[in-house]
Write a protein that binds this ligand. Sequence first.
Ligand code: TRP
Length: 331
Amino acid sequence: METVVSGIRPTGNLHLGNYFGAVKNFLKMQNDANCLFFVADYHSLTTHPHPDNLNATVKQVLAEYLACGLNPDVSAIYVQSDLPEVAELFLLLNMIAYTGELERSVSFKEKIRKDPDNVNAGLLTYPVLMASDILIHKAAKVPVGKDQEQHLEYTRNYANRFNHLYGVEFFPEPVAYNFGVNLVKVPGLDGSGKMGKSEGEGNAVFLKDEPDVIRKKVMRAVTDSGPTEPNQKKPEVIENLFTLMKLVSSDDTVQHFEDSYNNCSIRYGDMKKQVAEDMNIFVAPIREKIKEISSDDKLISKVVKEGAEKARESGRKTLSEARKIIGIRSF
Ligand code: TRP
């Protein structure tokens, strides 16, 4: 079976955009491949989170993914820093990673533009660490979106460079992959086009949101003054509301509002009420599960312990072979 690795940065809570994008893909994947999912806590250190917050966010991320259905019985779910082998591979790969190449990374340039006072070497070598996360398990497929494509290109470069330098066929060259899941772009509620936590308060519906919070957010969603002619083309904000409805409501419900849009009898207030209600029905079981798992420290600790064991088994093997290839051998 193929090996698939994915890193999850511990930043903020999961929202519906994450759910219908990454999470759904993960759920499908875990049945189709040998999956390793980890929380990228080393990567998050580039911004120096407070020690107390770091642990809490890692735990929250784990609880939310588990609540969505990530299954520790079939996949390895671990914390990046519990796999010391990745840190050593990172050191080794740094020797074949060129600084000029790293300086040209789009995300590095973006980060130094946004925060010029914190241009640390960890930011520069972010792609090397990410390559190590993937190559430590010799994964050939990585379920990431477009924004991570360049990082995967670095990974392929290092794999290829290593193989060439030492005349081996050791590391595979991993590619971005989704498991036939239609990656829908989930629109936000503020008309900005994309649901995201950084877009501002009220734009995203989080899986942990209580019913009244969801209701409030949805009722405030941006709309217009309504159609004036039958079968009129929908403006983007209305299209977005329909897209959200399609994610959580039944076909009949969607059809009902399509019809009322087309005959100009639609009342957006009613439509939003319906969306909020159906969103609540969708989110409720996940939210309750998040609460349950967040308060179960034993469960989380068991998951990451077993996950780390599985990850280390695979990591140790790759690292010991890589060391031998490089010439680090025992006397
Ligand atoms: N860079 C990824 C992101 O920002 C997170 C990540 C770190 C990752 N290591 C990885 C993703 C390895 C896939 C594989 O989302």
